[in-house]
Write a protein that binds this ligand. Structure first.
Ligand code: ASP
Ligand code: MG
Length: 462
């Protein structure tokens, strides 16, 4: 059995839907399960319209519901030829869009938009899309059934980012989907959405359909989980910026997780958890090039020469440093820094502190730089007054370069080679961090240096 996930772009128009129908037809009979996202752009539209409803912008809301109706109806017109299935699908769209409209009206009347309401609103994208995909498959002669995962995936009530109850979820998925698969019916399950034990709709976080595929694939004991995207898999660097970037045939779960955190946009980082626990390989495949084997992510690591597999960068960041002679040996400074930033919702992407303890530097998203500085200045106002801390320094326009590879562990010279490559390009390193996993070395450089440095480091290893 293979569980296949198709993202928003793969189901985003009639042409792409035809292609994925062919992919399913080619594998039909081999016990397939499909998990899919909303059509591309739909989740964003649903959420921005919710905010428009809150501002009482009735015209915008009406237009958005109309856009959704047209977007989906067009697919039905093009790809569902049997009149009775088309009518059924149109009826389903109409019911859903009517409910959606009522919810938007509720938001406008109550002037209230809670995370719980946002999840309810976001869920319409996957429900519309997956009902549609099942109908398209059926029309092409593939037995398929729409599955609303709110009935299967049980979560807590942490709206927007709900945590899965795996024991209940697993049993539900097995009970509902195994009989379908056994009868050679392809379940088309909604990605991203779930529900609490009281049946209140939740979501697993933006881009959460990958995670859904892993949850479903793991529960059913799939041989592999295939994540279909629009590239041939994972590369050693971003080919738009790096000459000689190569395709990677295999990487490990840990490497994939590191790469996702570092902007390689591989798959949703949570996707790895259910796969690792059940030792199910994940394969990244290209809908535009289905015969290409893609990249296999599994528990095995296959060393490549040079031990480094991937060099990526995250752009548009800022470095914030808390500095002072009085910080040395004073417990709790780091805790206060993180608490202050957490309070204002700023995500810290990297930290580095030299053993002199004279300076703690943090990398934060560029857009949050002022907020971070203000929060820290406020937190340490008394210490700055008392000269325990000199101040909070901001350096704008920096980027992180991440060098990732499981084979780096215990191999001397990787950091040396990385820094030498940067030095040869005359790139100055502002800060460095390496986790004790030795899987990842991260460097902070000026934004203007980042492309040259990435190219040089990539050339040195790959
Ligand atoms: N439709 C959801 C989103 O846009 C989930 C997904 O695409 O994976 O975030
Ligand atoms: Mg997506």
């Amino acid at each position: 059995m293979i569980t296949m996930k198709f993202g928003g772009t793969s189901v985003g128009d009639a042409g792409r839907l035809r292609e994925i129908t062919e992919i399913i037809r080619a594998g039909y009979g081999k016990r397939l399960v499909v998990v899919a996202s909303a059509m591309s752009g739909v989740t964003d539209l649903l959420l921005s319209t919710a905010r428009a409803a809150l501002r009482n912008e009735a015209v915008k809301v009406r237009e958005a519901v109309e856009t959704l109706s047209q977007k989906h109806s067009q697919i039905a017109m093009e790809l569902v030829s049997r009149p009775e299935s088309r009518d059924r699908l149109f009826g389903y769209y109409a019911r859903l869009l009517k409910d959606l409209d009522i919810i938007y009206q509720g938001v406008a009347l109550l002037e209230e938009l809670s995370p719980r309401s946002l999840d309810a609103i976001a869920s319409f994208g996957e429900r519309l899309s997956c009902a549609q995909i099942a109908a398209v498959f059926e029309d092409a002669g593939i037995a398929a059934e729409y599955v609303d995962t709110r009935e299967l995936i049980r979560t807590d009530a942490n709206y927007g980012q709900a945590a899965v109850d795996f024991a209940v979820t697993r049993a539900n998925i097995q009970k509902a989907l195994t009989p379908l698969v056994e009868k050679n019916i392809v379940p088309v399950a909604t990605g991203f959405i779930a529900a609490t034990k009281d049946g209140i709709t939740t979501t697993l976080g933006r881009s959460g359909s990958d995670y859904t595929a892993a949850i479903v694939g793991a529960a059913l004991g799939s041989e592999e989980i295939w994540i279909w995207t629009d590239v041939d898999g994972i590369m050693t660097a971003d080919p738009r910026y790096v000459r000689g970037a190569r395709h990677l045939e295999e990487i490990s779960y840990r490497e994939a997780a590191e790469m996702s955190y570092f902007g390689a946009k591989v798959i949703h980082p949570k996707t790895m958890l259910p796969a690792i626990e059940n030792n199910i390989p994940i394969r990244i495949k290209n809908t535009f090039n289905p015969s290409h084997p893609g990249t296999l992510i599994s528990g095995k690591t296959r060393g490549v020469s040079g031990a480094v597999k991937n060099v990526t960068s995250i752009d548009d960041l800022a470095l914030v440093a808390v500095e002072g002679h009085g910080m040395m040996g004073v417990p709790g400074v780091a805790a206060r820094i993180f608490t202050a930033l957490a309070r204002v919702g700023v995500n810290v992407m990297m930290i580095s502190q030299a053993s002199s303890e004279h300076n703690v530097c943090l990398v934060v998203p560029g857009k949050d730089r002022q907020c971070a500085v203000d929060a820290l200045q406020k937190e340490f106002a008394a210490d700055i007054g008392g000269k325990i801390i000199d101040g909070v320094r901001l350096r704008e326009g920096v980027a992180i370069i991440a060098v990732v590879g499981e084979g780096m562990q215990g191999v001397p010279g990787i950091a040396g080679k990385t820094l030498t490559a940067a030095a040869r390009e005359n790139v100055s390193i502002i800060a460095v961090a390496q986790g004790s996993s030795e899987l990842n070395i991260s460097l902070v450089v000026d934004q203007g240096d980042v492309r040259r440095a990435v190219q040089a480091i990539h050339d040195a290893f790959i």
